[in-house]
Every structure is written in structure tokens, then in C-alpha cells.
Design a protein around this ligand. Structure first.
Ligand code: KG4
Ligand code: ZN
Length: 353
């Protein structure tokens, strides 16, 4: 069974072909990230326009790299939420059109659920990928950490899960991006904070951890503000000092210390809750997914705190991609999940798990 996956929820136009829910045959990603860098974040209109230009060539390339024609494809999986409305529309319309023209079943996929399914890929014909040796077992605890999401989900089985907790404000990746901006590091913030943190002191600055009523919920907006206030104080100014002028006044050492101290605390926050959920629910596997799963600090802290090896996808499969959507689509087809109507499938920008 070969499924074509299409993903356009944010700034990556992506398509991939996956066989039997485990073998990656192609993975094509065109990112408009460079176009957003000067704004310090994704500009929805620019992202949507880039998707329109890229979508057809990306799909064609995904088929070519997989050595497939449309005749070899058994179904089409597409992200219909959550994400930016204008961006989701491009992928969904492309998938609906292809489904009608080529007479293929269409599967509507949840972006966040897709991130988890990147962990089910265990083989590939492509060079340069490190794949896990086996698929995760159920019950499966998934920590989903990206630019748009921070969630802990317990999967009892495929398509049978409970959402343990989620962020009530910023996502962890968003906090990395915003803190990077505050201290003057380039977008996207995750990799640039991680790089600066290598030379910084992780215990130089102490930021508070959010205290929430629900044990598995998250909040990152206070942490971002705490970084700003501490930085303003560090340069001898008060809270009225304009944030965009802060970076000019920070030394390289101070930036590195802020990066390291913020990263330690942000990661510790999600690791605390993952450890707590592990103790409460005794899952057989723990996976991490989403762009922030690329974080070396997250991988390090989790491996120190959990008694079993953590599974995470190859770095190229952590950030947004079509392979994770194709993999989820394979399981939908295999387990007879409902198909979507190609004449009416609509986007759901606020879709939750
Ligand atoms: O999953 P993704 O590509 O897009 C969303 O669905 O949001 O995640 C992108 C996020 C960005 O916020 C980026 O800063 C973050 O992942 N990220 C990282 C790292 N690499 C990417 N965060 C922390 N450490 C990293 N090494
Ligand atoms: Zn994502």
C-alpha cells in the first residue's frame, strides 16, 4: 500500500510517499522560511502564496523520487487542520483535486497526530536518514512539541487516544522563537537558541515555572515575559524599555547565558510533565514529535529522567513534512478509518486532538 501525503499547514510545502505505514519512499519539502526570517515569524499571506507556487512541483517530485506514477498510489492523505487557514487551503484543494482526477480515496489528517506518526517510519530507500529499528508499542505516550503545539497525548491504540494536556497560551517552539527575537538571535529561534546555548551558562538566570491547575497543561507566555524583564534589568533599564532595542545592549556572553538558561527551563518544564505522565500511565513507549523534538537538550534531559529509551524521528522528520501525514494515512487505510469526501472536505484551522 502506497500513500501520498500532503502537508501545507504552515511554512513548509511538503509531499511524500510512504509504503505500508513504515517505509519512506520520498520526502520533498520546500520551505518559505527564508522569506519570513526578516519578520521574525511566519507571515501567513507570504506562506500561502509560496504554497501555491510550490505545491504542484513538490507533489510531482515526491512521486518521481518514489519512482511512482499516480497508478501506483493507493490513497492520498492531507493535513486539513490545525494550521493557518490560507495555507491549509492550498494543500487540501490540491489533494481534493488529485483524489477526484486520479480516483483515489482521500484521508483527512490532523497535523499534530501526524507528527506522532513520523515515529512509525522504520525504513527508507532514501540516503541520509537514521530510522528507529522498530515501531513504538502501545500504550504510547507522545510529547508533541512544535511551533504551534505543546501537548501530551496517551495513545491506547491507533485512533484511540486521550489528550492529557496542552498549552493554554504559547507553544514551546513559539517561546523559543519569541525569546530568540528578544535577545537578538535569528529566526527560527529553536536552532539559534540551541547554538548560542552551547557557550552559555544554563544556571546564570533563574526563570519561574508556570503553576497550573491541571497537572499536564502547559504555559509559556510568562516565561517569555520573564526573559524580557530579566534582560531589561540586566542592561540597567526598567519594563518600559522598548524590547526591540534590548539586543543591541546585550553582550555575546549575556545572549549565550540567556539562551542556555531559557532553554534549560523551557525543556525542564515539558520533561517534568512527561516524567509525571510516565509514572502515572506506565506506557510501553514514549515518543517525541514536532519541530522542538530536534532539540538536543530535550533529548538529553528526557534520557536522563525516563527509565526507557525515548524514540524520536530523524531530524528531517521532526519538522513539518509530508511523510508523517502519509504514514498516518497508511494506518487510516489499513484500519478502515473513514475517508473524506473530495468534493466537500473543508479545512479546520483550529482542529484539536
Ligand atoms: O513542527 P514544526 O516544524 O512546525 C510547527 O508545526 O510548528 O516546528 C517548528 C518549531 C519552531 O518554533 C522552531 O523554533 C522549533 O520547532 N525548533 C526547535 C529546534 N529546531 C526547531 N526548538 C528547539 N530546539 C531546536 N533544536
Ligand atoms: Zn508541525
Amino acid at each position: 500500500m502506497k500513500i501520498l501525503g500532503i502537508e501545507t499547514s504552515c511554512d513548509e510545502t511538503a509531499a511524500a510517499v510512504v509504503e505500508d505505514g513504515k517505509k519512506l519512499l520520498s520526502n520533498v519539502v520546500a520551505s518559505s522560511m527564508d522569506l519570513h526570517a526578516k519578520y521574525g515569524g511566519v507571515v501567513p499571506e507570504i506562506a500561502a502564496r509560496s504554497h501555491i507556487e510550490a505545491i504542484n512541483p513538490v507533489i510531482e517530485q515526491a512521486l518521481t523520487e518514489a519512482k511512482c506514477t499516480w497508478g501506483d498510489i493507493d490513497g492520498i492523505a492531507v493535513t486539513y487542520g490545525a494550521g493557518l487557514g490560507g495555507c491549509l487551503l492550498v494543500g487540501v484543494l490540491a489533494a481534493r483535486t488529485a483524489s477526484i482526477i486520479h480516483k483515489k480515496p482521500l484521508y483527512a489528517c490532523n497535523h499534530v497526530e501526524g507528527h506522532v506518526y513520523a515515529n512509525f517510519l522504520t525504513a527508507t530507500t532514501l540516503p541520509g536518514y537514521t530510522m528507529p529499528s522498530k515501531q513504538p508499542d502501545f500504550p504510547l505516550l507522545a510529547l508533541i512539541v512544535s511551533g504551534g503545539h505543546t501537548q501530551l497525548v496517551l495513545f491506547k491504540n491507533h485512533f484511540d487516544y486521550i489528550l492529557l494536556g496542552r498549552t493554554g497560551d504559547d507553544a514551546i517552539g513559539e517561546a523559543f522563537d519569541k525569546v530568540a527575537k528578544i535577545i537578538g538571535l535569528p529566526y527560527p529561534g529553536g536552532p539559534s537558541v540551541a547554538k548560542a546555548a552551547l557557550n552559555g551558562d544554563p544556571v546564570k538566570y533563574h526563570f519561574p515555572k508556570a503553576k497550573l491547575d491541571k497537572p499536564y497543561d502547559f504555559s509559556f507566555s510568562g516565561l517569555k515575559t520573564a526573559v524580557l524583564r530579566t534582560a531589561q534589568k540586566e542592561i540597567g533599564e526598567d519594563h518600559t524599555f522598548i524590547s526591540k532595542n534590548v539586543p543591541d545592549r546585550l553582550s555575546g556572553t549575556q545572549k549565550a547565558d540567556f539562551a542556555a538558561s531559557f532553554q534549560r527551563l523551557a525543556v525542564e518544564t515539558v520533561v517534568d510533565k512527561t516524567e509525571k505522565a510516565f509514572e502515572e500511565f506506565s506506557p510501553k513507549s514514549v515518543v517525541i514529535a514536532g519541530g522542538v523534538a530536534a532539540s538536543g537538550e530535550l533529548r538529553r534531559q528526557l534520557s536522563e529522567r525516563l527509565p526507557l529509551p525515548i524514540q524520536y524521528p530523524d531530524m528531517k522528520l521532526c519538522t513539518d513534512n509530508g511523510a508523517m501525514i502519509a504514514t498516518l494515512g497508511c494506518f487510516k487505510m489499513k484500519l478502515n478509518q473513514p475517508t473524506a469526501d473530495p468534493y466537500s472536505l473543508d479545512i479546520q484551522p483550529n482542529l484539536s486532538m
